[in-house]
Design a protein around this ligand. Sequence first.
Ligand SMILES: C[S@@+](CC[C@H](N)C(=O)[O-])C[C@H]1O[C@@H](n2cnc3c(N)ncnc32)[C@H](O)[C@@H]1O
Length: 246
Amino acid sequence: MTCSTAQNHISAISAKLDRYWHLSTDNFFSLFLDDLLTCFGVNGGKHARPLEPSEREQLFELGQMYARAVIDCPYEDLLGQIYMDLAGRGHKKALGQFFTPNSVCRIMAEMSNYDMIHGDAFADLDVIRVAEPTCGSGAMVLGMLHCIKEKNPALLEKLDFTLIDIDRTCIRMAAIQILTNLLIHGDLLAGLRVYRGNALGSSSELEWFIGFQNYQDESVTEKVAPVPDRFVTLEKNLDMFFELAS
Ligand SMILES: C[S@@+](CC[C@H](N)C(=O)[O-])C[C@H]1O[C@@H](n2cnc3c(N)ncnc32)[C@H](O)[C@@H]1O
């Protein structure tokens, strides 16, 4: 189940993507994801190809619509629902996965982490690492973040998430949703690591996508980006989000 405000945002964004789909030479959902990722410095903040002026205009409007949706609906899986909505509109060649609804993600997060959220489980740890090896659009992690922010927000800065998916569209959706929510709602995690690859294969074959680590630990050898640099990039590129949030 998705709340009606979220459903309105999801319907408006997918209707716009659907209208523009056939006017662009690319998969327009993919272009939309790449456009949002440029804000986070992926590919040096550049698009894979120069955009047509009309594409640029549509993507700018879509970015604003997405930012408004994240402001209104904190830590909801919006992009996954948009992706499924587009599949329902006949874009089945490009799409085809199904993700867990927001309300189910939240209740599962609370049930499976009850002693940590409401009690003192892991209270002696400075960092709590959480793995989501088949993250899809990041719905389960967003559900956990939503639940913790509401019920025990001090825990957020202890959490270090590792997300993996075999599908490039999925890791892009998951990374965008988590980073945009952290940015817009002013939250910080201990760490975030997003990989593309087979969660059942060797960890050395996972392909690093994006992330950060906000604490010192010599034993952690995975590739991480330092937080201060990343946030400088974000603040420079996401003026639009800040304007909307203020
Ligand atoms: C049914 S979706 C669920 C996604 C998410 N956990 C949720 O609850 O919304 C399953 C996801 O697992 C991914 N997947 C399937 N096999 C995988 C594998 N061996 N390694 C990594 N990801 C995999 C798929 O690409 C898909 O995004």
